[in-house]
Write a protein that binds this ligand. Structure first.
Ligand code: FE2
Length: 189
């Protein structure tokens, strides 16, 4: 039986995925004009870079290196992140979030420890990684919620502004009508 750890592919996938995550979130952060969202993107991007380095280091300690795999989804995500699309749209295109999504509905991270052969050092790293990924997702989803709520308030304000304008128009018409009636009354006297 090979003594190659069964979870090498997992460690490699995380190292590669996190490095790409760092690139995508940094690209988004650079063009983001919302300071609160930019702060969160920057924080999560740094975390992703650190995860990439930590998992690459662990692979190295185990005697292996990184294996790159082409991923067309990454190129598309990077392009979307750099684009001038609205931030709410980028949450959908770059991260696959929908405003109505509930986090953790299907959490692939929850199955990582099904592999009982994971060594203690890799396990400790994976445990920290899982909790930080979940925290990153919570922070990003909070931002999506904030942006969505702010958009809704702007829509509501626009709607009530329209209502006010309509009422002002009706009042002006009634004034003109009252004036005309008054003039007619005077003509009949
Ligand atoms: Fe990540």
């Amino acid at each position: 039986m090979s003594d190659k750890p069964s979870y090498l592919g997992l460690l490699n996938a995380i190292a590669v995925g996190e490095r790409r995550g760092h690139e995508v979130l940094s690209a988004w952060c650079e063009v983001c004009r919302d300071p609160e969202l930019a702060d969160v993107l920057n924080r999560v991007a740094i975390r992703e870079r650190e995860h990439a380095a930590a998992f690459e280091k662990r692979l190295c300690e185990l005697g292996y290196g990184i294996r790159e795999r082409d991923n067309p989804v990454f190129a598309e995500a990077l392009e979307s992140a750099r684009s001038d699309a609205a931030d709410a749209e980028k949450f959908r295109r770059v991260l696959g979030y929908q405003a109505s999504d509930e986090p953790g509905r299907d959490d692939p991270l929850a199955r990582i420890f099904d592999d009982r052969s994971i060594d203690a050092a890799s396990g400790a790293l994976l445990g920290r990684f899982i909790c930080e990924e979940r925290d990153s997702e919570r922070q990003l989803r909070d931002q999506l919620q904030r942006i969505t709520d702010a958009g809704r308030r702007i829509d509501d304000a626009g709607q009530s502004g329209d209502d006010d304008q309509q009422l002002a128009d009706i009042a002006a018409r009634l004034d003109r009508l009252a004036e005309t009636i008054e003039q007619l009354k005077q003509l009949r006297r």
